[in-house]
Design a protein around this ligand. Structure first.
Ligand code: NAD
Length: 477
């Protein structure tokens, strides 16, 4: 058939070619040795130190992040993850010997971690550096090649990563763009997809991955509750709550979303919260160098639309031109209020009153499993009840957000808040396949009893080997 050739859009070619090129690099075997992995991690560390001021600038442009906050929650987080990986890589990579059952001896069994191949990392805008590079630390530690797709909603950071990552790293490509480019990426075959963002897109990622049976990690969000009772140290509680909630103007996946305070603790919390906010951001948070802005107009409109219900205890002031929304606390919010329907992801803190921890547990369990649950209480029974009777990605007593900084704790959600986890060794495991390797000598040929023809002796042996509770063996535990 002849006809006019259909013009090919440049990205139609460049995305598949990019993935093919990385696959060829991976298939060549260069990414496997520990020395290569360490070189990539050191190069990433160099990127962060050579370009610290460029990164600070990009984060300021995208989210008006202050310098200290940028170091605390972005640059420092990635550096810490790199250092941790460099310090533990040899141990993580070492094959682990495990025992074999008596009837299989002689034999040796080992678990060998091996890289998966070419991984895709799709990142969101709220911590555009950390949430792109921390998964990448895991992918590189595990010896993979990777395509990174930063968020188009943090364009300055995205452009900087696109410029720098390929200059410093040998098997990493950056694809910038939005839905069209991500859709094209998801049409390719990857060996792992690591997605951070909202659950609606999480489902799109899962459906695309299913076509190739590609394993996925979904780091999603949701409403992370805070329980506070009268045993809490209210001054420190209010300070920590204000810090955890209003850092990055509330645009943090693990930010406290709403507070369930007991009747007995309500008044002291409501007195302490505005004070803590004032201490942190001054009488006019708009002028504070430590207070961020809302990422775009759509989110700004969404957030200001949530202020209608509840008593305004603090904040509420906004300026559309700057996308400024003051740190806001709403007291006595009705359960059915719009602000309680979906993840807030902004600087609005609704406070609801509950009778006791049991009512709080029922409230939490009537909703999706959260990414984090925070409990400010010194009541041991209340702490235990929250641990035993609720499910969440993480549970932190007496502080919000800080569990992210503990590399030995897997970070991830459960149910609607996600699947899979990362940070520290968990990242290495996420981006590795644990290959089971069993080695058996040929002589003596202890497998002889398995071969046909089977006799009553071999039947008894096999029954015993298969199950210790088999009727012929008769031993029950
Ligand atoms: P976002 O809009 O930047 O989207 C995330 C990524 O998905 C981007 O790279 C974007 O290009 C891509 N994307 C968007 N629409 C798509 C589509 N239709 N098809 C394919 N790809 C698409 O970020 P977001 O989703 O607004 O991020 C906020 C959400 O992420 C919140 O729910 C938050 O709780 C969650 N989050 C979770 C974590 C975590 O670690 N669990 C961290 C940060 C944010």
């Amino acid at each position: 058939m002849t006809g006019t050739a259909v013009p090919v859009a440049p990205q139609d070619l460049y995305i598949p070619e990019t993935v093919d090129r990385l696959r060829a690099t991976f298939d060549s075997g260069v990414t496997r040795p520990a020395a290569w992995r360490r070189r990539q991690l050191r190069a990433l560390r160099r990127l962060l130190t050579d370009h610290t001021s460029d990164i600070e600038e990009a984060l300021y442009d995208d989210l008006r992040k202050g310098r200290t906050e940028s170091h605390l929650t972005e640059i420092g987080q990635v550096l810490a993850e790199v250092e941790h990986a460099l310090g533990h890589l040899d141990r993580w990579m070492r094959p682990r010997r495990v025992g074999v059952p008596l009837n299989m001896k002689p034999a040796t069994a080992r678990i060998h971690p091996e890289p998966l191949g070419v991984c895709l990392i799709i990142a969101p805008w709220n911590y555009p550096l950390t949430l792109t590079l921390n998964p990448l630390v895991g992918a590189l530690s595990a010896g993979n090649a990777a395509v990174v797709k930063p968020s188009e909603l943090a364009p300055a950071t995205s452009a900087l990563l696109a410029e720098l990552l390929p200059r410093y790293l040998e098997a990493v490509a950056v694809v910038e763009g939005a839905v069209e480019e991500t859709t094209e990426l998801l049409a390719q075959r990857f060996d792992h997809i690591f997605y951070t963002g909202n659950g609606t897109v999480g489902r799109i990622v899962a459906a695309a991955a299913a076509k190739n049976l590609t394993p996925i990690t979904l780091e999603l969000g949701g409403k992370s509750p805070v329980f506070i009772d009268e045993t809490a140290d209210m001054t420190v509680t209010a300070r920590r709550l204000a810090w955890g909630k209003f850092t990055n103007a509330g645009q943090t996946c693990v930010a406290p979303d709403y507070v369930l305070v007991t009747e007995a603790a309500r008044d002291s919390l409501l007195a302490a919260l505005p004070k803590a906010i004032g201490e942190m951001f001054g009488p006019n948070p708009r002028a504070s160098a430590d207070y961020g802005r809302i990422v775009n107009d759509r989110h700004f409109r969404r957030l200001t639309g949530l202020l209608a219900e509840g008593d305004l205890l603090a904040g509420g002031v906004s300026d559309a031109g700057e996308r400024y929304l003051a740190p806001t606390v709403l007291a006595d919010v009705p359960q059915g209020a719009a602000v309680m329907a979906e993840e807030i992801f902004g600087p609005i803190l609704p406070v609801l009153t509950v009778r006791d921890v049991h009512e709080a547990i029922d409230f939490i369990n009537a909703r999706d499993k959260p990414l984090s649950l925070y409990a400010f209480t010194h009541d041991r029974e209340a702490r235990q009840a929250l641990l035993d009777k609720t499910s969440s990605g993480g549970l932190v007593y007496n502080a919000p957000v800080i569990h992210l900084g503990a590399p030995n704790l897997p970070f991830g959600g459960v149910g609607e808040s996600g699947m899979g986890a990362y940070h520290g060794k968990t990242s290495f495991d996420t981006f590795s396949h644990r290959k089971s390797v069993l080695s058996k000598p040929t002589r003596p040929d202890t497998l002889r009893l398995l071969y046909a023809p089977h006799t009553s002796r071999s039947f008894a042996f096999i029954a015993k080997a298969v199950s210790r509770t088999h009727p012929l063996v008769g031993r029950k535990r």
